[in-house]
Design a protein around this ligand. Structure first.
Ligand code: MG
Length: 406
C-alpha cells in the first residue's frame, strides 16, 4: 500500500452555525443571516450564503456587515447548541467508519483506505453524507481524494451542499487553476508575499522548481510547493474526546492558611483555564476537591455555562472552596477539575466575546507562552479585573455567555 492508494474524505458542515439556527427556527431559511457579536464591535462568526451575496464573509466586523446588508437577521451565537449538534454529527460518523479525525467543530477527515475493495469509497462517502443529513438535518459537503489537503480543497470547491471526488492521478490538474489562497496553510500574510512574487494561481507553483520555493520562502515554501503539487502524506489521526482536565496540589506541610490556599486555588484555576483555551476547549462542569490531614476527602461540583474564561470559572471554584473548607483541620491536598469538555472554543470565541476581549485574552495567553508559568498567575489577575470593568465607554454590561442570554 502506497501513499497514493489512500482514500481520504474531508467533510465540512455548510454554514454550520446558521444551519443549526435554521433547524431551531425555519423562518430563517432562504434569508441572509449573520451570527456573531451583536454589538457594533463584534465580528461575524458565520453567515448564510444569502448574506455572502452582499460581500459579507466571516471575521468581518459586524458593523460593516450590517451596512452591506441592512435587512440581514443578526443572531448572537449559542455555543451549547452548536456543540450538541456537532456531537450528533460526530456520533453518526463514529458509528459508520473505523477511522476519523475531528479537526474542528464542523470538520472531519475520514480514512476509507482499503474499503474500496468491498464497496467503493465514493459510494461509502456518499451514503455517509446522506445519512448525516437525514439524521441530523444539517447540510454537509465532502471532497474525496488520496490525501487530506486535496480533499479539503475539493470540499471547498464542492460547497454548498455537494460532493466532489478527485480521481487518483488528477490532483495536479484539479489544483492548477485555483487561487494559491485555497491551500489551507496559506494565510493572509503568506498570500500577500506570494502575490508580491507574482504567484496567484496554484499552477505557477506547480511549474516552479521545488528548490526555488524553498529558497524564497524557506520551509514554509517547501510545504506550499508539496501541497500545490497534490502531495500530502499526513495521516488521519483518530479522534478521542478528552473528557476532563485536572490539577492537584499536595502540600509538603499541611496548612490552614486560608489566604495561601486561596491564592494557590486561583493560580491552579487560571492555569487550567489557560490550558482549555490553548486546546480550544470549553468546560461545563467544575469540581473542587479537598483532603484534610486525617485523609478524609471531600469533593463538590457545579454545572456552568460553557466557558474557558477565568472570569466565569474562578468565582465558581472559589465558591466551592468556601463551601467545602469547613473543618478546622490542616489541609493536605486541594484539586480543581474541569469536565464535560467540548471543542470548538476558538470559533465560539468569535461570538462569545467582543473583539477587544478576544484580543486581550489572546495577548495575555501569548505573554504566558513567552514568559512561562510565573506570568500566568499575575497576568490572569489583571485579566479578571479588566473583564469585570468591561467596556466603560458604552455603558454596556459585561458580555455574558451566549447560552445564558437565551
Ligand atoms: Mg464549515
Amino acid at each position: 500500500m502506497t501513499q497514493r492508494d489512500r482514500a481520504i474524505v474531508h467533510m465540512d458542515l455548510d454554514t454550520f452555525f446558521v444551519s443549526c439556527e435554521r433547524l431551531l427556527d425555519n423562518r430563517l431559511k432562504g434569508k441572509p443571516v449573520l451570527i456573531g457579536g451583536t454589538s457594533d464591535r463584534g465580528v461575524v462568526a458565520s453567515c448564510s450564503y444569502e448574506a455572502r451575496k452582499f460581500g459579507i464573509h466571516s471575521a468581518m466586523p459586524m458593523r460593516m456587515a450590517k451596512q452591506l446588508c441592512p435587512e440581514a437577521i443578526v443572531l448572537r451565537g449559542n455555543s451549547g447548541i452548536y456543540t450538541k449538534f456537532s456531537q450528533n454529527v460526530t456520533e453518526v460518523i463514529k458509528e459508520s467508519v473505523p477511522l476519523y479525525e475531528k479537526s474542528s467543530i464542523d470538520e472531519f477527515y475520514i480514512d476509507l483506505t482499503g474499503m474500496d475493495k468491498f464497496f467503493g469509497c465514493h459510494q461509502l462517502a456518499s451514503e455517509l453524507r446522506q445519512r448525516i443529513m437525514k439524521e441530523t438535518g444539517l447540510p454537509i459537503s465532502f471532497g474525496l481524494s488520496i490525501n487530506k489537503t486535496v480533499s479539503k480543497i475539493a470540499t471547498g470547491e464542492a460547497k454548498p451542499d455537494n460532493q466532489i471526488q478527485i480521481i487518483k492521478g488528477t490532483e495536479k490538474p484539479f489544483l492548477a487553476p485555483l487561487s494559491i489562497r485555497k491551500i489551507p496553510m496559506v494565510g493572509e500574510v503568506t498570500y500577500k508575499s506570494l502575490c508580491d512574487l507574482g504567484i496567484k494561481r496554484i499552477i505557477t507553483v506547480q511549474e516552479m522548481p521545488m528548490q526555488l520555493m524553498h529558497k524564497v520562502l524557506g520551509k514554509n515554501g517547501l510545504s506550499i510547493w508539496k501541497k500545490a503539487n497534490g502531495i500530502d502524506n499526513s495521516p488521519v489521526i483518530q479522534y478521542h474526546e478528552r473528557k476532563s482536565i485536572s490539577t492537584e496540589r499536595t502540600f509538603n506541610k499541611d496548612t490552614t492558611d486560608v489566604e495561601k490556599l486561596r491564592s494557590i486555588i486561583i493560580a491552579m484555576t487560571e492555569n487550567l483555564a489557560y490550558q482549555l483555551r490553548r486546546g480550544h476547549k470549553l468546560t461545563a462542569c467544575v469540581t473542587f476537591k479537598i483532603r484534610y490531614s486525617d485523609f478524609q476527602t471531600y469533593t463538590q461540583q457545579k454545572r456552568i455555562s460553557y466557558s474557558s474564561l477565568d472570569s466565569s470559572i474562578l468565582p465558581v471554584v472559589l465558591d466551592l472552596f468556601k463551601k467545602l473548607y469547613n473543618r478546622r483541620l490542616l489541609v493536605r491536598l486541594i484539586g480543581v477539575k474541569f469536565s464535560h469538555l467540548v471543542e470548538g472554543g476558538h470559533q465560539i470565541n468569535l461570538f462569545e466575546d467582543d473583539e477587544k476581549l478576544i484580543n486581550l485574552s489572546t495577548a495575555i495567553d501569548k505573554m504566558r507562552e513567552r514568559y512561562g508559568d510565573r506570568s500566568v498567575v499575575s497576568a490572569s489577575g489583571m485579566e479578571a479585573k479588566s473583564i469585570s470593568r468591561w467596556n466603560p465607554f458604552t455603558g454596556e454590561p459585561p458580555p455574558l455567555l451566549p447560552n445564558r442570554r437565551r
